[in-house]
Ligand binder design. Structure first.
Ligand code: NAI
Length: 212
């Protein structure tokens, strides 16, 4: 079955499967049954079988799944077998933490540049990179052709910079700002991350527990 035919909800579960299968590999698992995997992941065996059936004949009756093969296949679907060049805008609190602590290469990306408008941050070392002046963005993009950008800048700056980045050929954004990029640009790929929304969901869960 082609990638395009896999539903969005299955795709959303794939990173967790991938991470879990990696842990199993590290613990020397060769194969695992859908039942055992379901128990470990807090899912049902039928959910797992349904999900994995979407992208191939991996399980065998009475044999289970080959952990390594399955992980490789999920990795391919997630595009982790090629590194997409990525840049980050905003080397403040959030941007610095992301650049310093995230393992981009294991997630299908290579962080190749960090940009900020604040001259006092230019040259600052973050991980393996140094912060570059945002004024050098155009030349950098012409030379290195990044495909994706992380936005860790104020909302107003994101409005301006997103338009510029798209004109430089950026087609995907990992957006931490409160600017609704997808509304403004229908054709770009946007993955929004809002830690606040996640925290609000936690509040809701506690609240609904209290009412039981
Ligand atoms: P910060 O003020 O520490 O960092 C922002 C950085 O962006 C600064 O270094 C500033 O010089 C730089 N900047 C401003 N305009 C720029 C431009 N045009 N080009 C390049 N760099 C520019 O702010 P913080 O806390 O790191 O937050 C950054 C963004 O992330 C904000 O929009 C904030 O609302 C958002 N945020 C989102 C969260 C989420 O869960 N989605 C959580 C925390 C913050």
């Amino acid at each position: 079955m082609s990638k395009n035919a896999i539903s969005n909800s299955v795709i959303r579960r794939l990173p967790r499967y991938y991470r879990f299968l990696g842990e199993l590999e590290n613990n020397d698992y060769i194969r695992i049954s859908s039942r055992e995997l379901a128990e470990k992941m807090g899912l049902t065996a039928s959910q797992i079988r349904q999900d994995f059936n979407c992208f191939g004949e991996f399980g065998q009756q009475g044999y289970g799944y080959n952990v390594s093969e399955l992980r490789t296949e999920i990795g391919k679907i997630l595009g982790l077998d090629s590194l997409k060049p990525m840049i980050l805008l905003g080397a403040g609190n959030l941007g610095s933490a992301i650049a310093a602590h995230l393992d981009f290469k294991n997630r299908g990306f290579e962080l190749i540049g960090i940009f900020d408008a604040n001259k006092s941050l230019v040259g600052k070392e973050i991980g393996e990179l140094r912060v570059t002046d945002i004024e050098e963005l155009e030349d950098f993009c012409k030379e290195r052709s990044p495909e994706a950008a992380i936005l860790c800048i104020p909302k107003d700056a994101a409005v301006t910079e997103a338009e510029i980045l798209i004109s430089y050929g950026i087609k995907a954004f990992w957006n931490f700002t409160h600017y609704d990029l997808k509304m403004a640009y229908k054709d770009v790929i946007v993955e929004n991350v809002h830690l606040g929304d996640s925290l609000t969901t936690l509040s809701y869960c506690i609240n609904s527990l209290d009412k039981k």
